[in-house]
Each structure stands twice: as structure tokens, then as C-alpha cells.
Design a protein around this ligand. Structure first.
Ligand code: URA
Length: 414
């Protein structure tokens, strides 16, 4: 069916009917595995056998301000785990790692697969954009899902994500499944179902998979937008990262080490990663190596002013005193997109310098007149619309809200 769809034998209207049937009726694990296999077989697979050791991949279901990969990949690579990472581009309000990396002058995310494999072997990690040869069935199916309102189906999301992970050739994968206002999965039950289906698919294809459910009910860290997020990621690699981002990177990193064969307790691995790799600058050194190997200017790490900067800055202020009780991540993501940081259609250009910095996060005390968000854009005329949206994203209340941890739970193979 997938091959027929790709070669035009199966028209869009028939496939759309199938997608709608799946959307309403669901699919069981075997059916989802069959679809996943057909998607994997629709294109090439990356052959990483030339790279010695266990190769680990990481994937996020997408969130606002999610610069985790930029920190996590050099962090675990500095601890000796090989990472071959393919990343998507920004679409809608969630940013793509490939776009973020391209805000570093000279950084190449498009290269032939053999060059990618070479860098992975030499440096221990590389990050590239999703190859066009990989899983073309998913690309065509996703485009049809997008216009038939069938994206939001757990078996379709699971097969789409896992087909790309399997074709990317790593031995094991850690999935960051986001839950909350800025994520695909708005509630925990749905996120659990998605996570366990993906973990089951991992078993089915012999690829050990761990899923971590993490909160996305406010943006991760403070920065949203490509160059601004790179800047925050570099600060994090210098040991000066926001608490939620550091917590998530350490948690995901520890699971990646476990999947690579590290038998220590998760807590011991977490302490080791933070103390001996993040805080000592070893992860930063590894990032420098990756940037150089992929054609980027490594001096950016010392001089963050070399990253693109927007011409104009404008602020959104709090109208009252209290505590930040809610920040709607989706609205913040949309505001960043209005400022120029995202794209609605694949062909649209992106402004690497645009975005925003959140000055008050959940639970922070705020006084009327204090800055909630700093907006960065090259188009002054976007400030009004983005500012209005940001205003509605914040709820300021009299009492400090309950502050749950960023990490919710882990789903692993039984
Ligand atoms: N990410 C994907 O790669 N596929 C989906 O279907 C949803 C999110």
C-alpha cells in the first residue's frame, strides 16, 4: 500500500480514507508495526556498521524552546557514547534542531551520508538534517495527514517517528515525549499510550527504546528562537543553564548511557554526567569539535556576539503583582513564529536572529511593570501582534503555584 501510494497507484483520496479510518478506529501493535516496516522499507537506511561501538539516537516529540539536543549530544558524546543524530526543521511553533544549528556561521547540516558517518566515527557525534532518501513514505503520508487533520493519531505518530529512528541506523534510542500545552500530547494518558506504543515498536524491531515523559506546559529554558536558543545551549554547556533544561538533559543523557551498556544506577550516572562532563567543560569541548567538523565557526562558543542578532528589541510587561501561574507554551511558540523564528510552510525562509527571551517563569514572583518577555525581531511591525499573544499566554495569580518537576516518568521495555 505504501509503495503504491509512493508510485502513484494509490491516489490521495484512497489514502486519505485509510488515514481517516485509522484516526477513528486506531490500530493495534501488529498493525502499527506493519505500517512502520512498510515506511522503513520505502527508502534507504543509514549504515552505521563502520562506526565502532553502540550508537545511540535521541528524539523529541517537539516542544517550545526545546534546545535539548544541542546540549545532550555533546554531553553524552563527551562521556564516550556515540551519537548519530538526524533532526528535522522548524515547522509551526516547534523549532527544528537543524535550523538552530545553522545560526552558527558556516555550520553545515546537509551533507552526503558517507560524510556524516565519517564525522560520527572521528568525533563521536554529528548532527544533520533529515536525509531526503530516508523514509520517503512518511514524508508523503505526513503531508497528506497534515491537510486531512489526521496528524493527531497515536499509531500514525508512533509509526512516523519510529520508522525514521529505525532507518537512521542507530542501535538504541531515547525518546523525549513532551506533555502539555506546547506539545502534541496535551494530556498524560495520551502521552503514556504514545510512549508505550513507541517502546513496543522498538522491541519489535530489535531497537531498545526508552521513553521519558517530560513537561511542556511552559517553554523549556528561557530562550525561544534559533540563535537565542543556541546561545542558551552554549551557556548550559558552560555550566550556566536553566534548571529545567539541565534536569532534562541529565535525565535523558543518563538513559542514553544506560542503553549503551552502562550498568550503574541511573542516579550515579546522572551525578557523574553533571559533575564530570557538564560542569568541567568537557561537553563544551565536544560541542566545539562537532561545530568545527561540520564547518561552523568554533570561536562563536567564546564570543556569543558572533551569532545573528535581531535589529529590534521590545518588551512585554506585567500588568499586575503576583506569581506566574501559567505560561501557555503554544501561544509563546506562535508569538516567536510571528516574530520570524518559525515557518508555517516548508519552503518559507527563517530568521535565525528572531525570537524571545522569557524573563519570568512559572512560580516566579512578579511586580506590575516588570518585564515578562523580551521580543527580538527584524520586523518592528510584528511586535504588536506577538506582544498581545504573549500577554494572553501569561496568567498572574496571587499565590505561588505548585511546581512539579520537569520529568514525569519513564517508560521502558518490560
Ligand atoms: N513527529 C513525527 O515525526 N511524526 C509525527 O507524526 C508527529 C511528530
Amino acid at each position: 500500500m505504501i509503495n503504491g501510494f509512493l508510485n502513484g497507484e494509490i491516489p490521495d483520496y484512497q489514502m486519505a480514507a485509510f488515514l481517516m479510518a485509522v484516526y477513528f478506529r486506531g490500530m493495534d501493535v501488529d498493525e502499527t508495526a506493519a505500517l512502520t516496516k512498510a515506511l522503513v522499507n520505502s527508502g534507504e537506511k543509514v549504515d552505521l556498521t563502520a562506526v565502532p561501538g553502540v550508537k545511540i539516537d535521541k528524539h523529541s516529540t517537539g516542544g517550545v524552546g526545546d534546545k535539548t539536543t544541542l546540549v545532550l549530544v555533546p554531553l553524552v558524546a563527551s562521556a564516550g557514547v556515540t551519537v548519530a543524530k538526524m533532526s528535522g526543521r522548524a515547522l509551526g511553533h516547534t523549532g527544528g534542531t537543524a535550523d538552530k544549528l545553522e545560526s552558527i556561521p558556516g555550520f553545515k547540516t546537509e551533507m552526503p551520508l558517507n560524510e556524516f558517518v565519517e564525522i560520527v566515527s572521528k568525533v563521536g557525534a554529528a548532527l544533520i538534517g533529515q536525509s531526503k532518501e530516508l523514509v520517503p513514505g512518511d514524508k508523503k503520508l505526513y503531508a497528506l495527514r497534515d491537510v486531512t487533520a489526521t496528524v493527531d493519531s497515536i499509531p500514525l505518530i508512533a509509526s512516523s517517528v519510529m520508522s525514521k529512528k529505525i532507518a537512521a541506523g542507530c542501535d538504541a534510542v531515547v525518546l523525549d515525549v513532551k506533555v502539555g500545552s506546547g506539545a502534541f500530547m496535551k494530556d498524560i494518558e495520551e502521552a503514556r499510550k504514545l510512549a508505550s506504543l513507541m517502546v513496543n515498536l522498538g522491541s519489535f524491531f530489535g531497537m531498545p527504546t526508552t521513553a521519558v515523559l517530560s513537561k511542556m506546559d511552559q517553554p523549556l529554558g528561557f530562550a525561544v528562537g534559533n540563535a537565542l536558543e543556541v546561545k542558551e545551549a552554549i551557556s548550559t554547556l558552560k555550566g550556566e543553564g536553566p534548571e529545567d533544561l539541565v534536569e532534562l538533559c541529565i535525565e535523558l543523557g543518563a538513559h542514553m548511557l544506560r542503553l549503551s551498556g552502562d550498568k550503574r544506577d541511573l542516579l550515579d550516572i546522572k551525578i557523574d554526567l553533571e559533575k564530570n562532563f557538564l560542569k568541567t567543560g568537557r561537553a563544551l569541548d565536544k560541542f566545539r569539535e562537532i561545530v568545527s567538523a561540520q564547518g561552523g565557526d568554533p570561536t562563536v562558543l567564546e564570543d556569543l556576539d558572533k551569532l545573528p542578532k535581531a535589529e529590534h528589541i521590545s518588551c512585554v510587561y506585567s500588568e499586575k503583582d503576583g506569581y506566574v501561574a501559567e505560561i501557555d507554551a503554544e501561544k509563546i511558540g506562535t508569538a516567536a513564529m510571528i516574530l520570524g523564528a518559525g515557518r508555517i510552510k516548508k519552503e518559507q525562509p527563517i530568521d535565525h536572529s528572531a525570537g524571545l527571551i522569557i524573563k519570568k517563569k512559572l512560580g516566579d514572583k512578579v511586580q506590575g511593570g516588570e518585564v515578562l518577555v523580551e521580543m527580538h525581531s527584524n520586523k518592528k511591525e510584528t511586535f504588536l501582534r506577538a506582544g498581545e499573544l504573549i500577554n494572553t499566554a501569561f496568567k498572574i495569580k496571587e499565590f505561588k503555584p505548585h511546581m512539579p518537576s520537569t520529568i514525569i516518568e519513564t517508560v521502558t521495555q518490560q
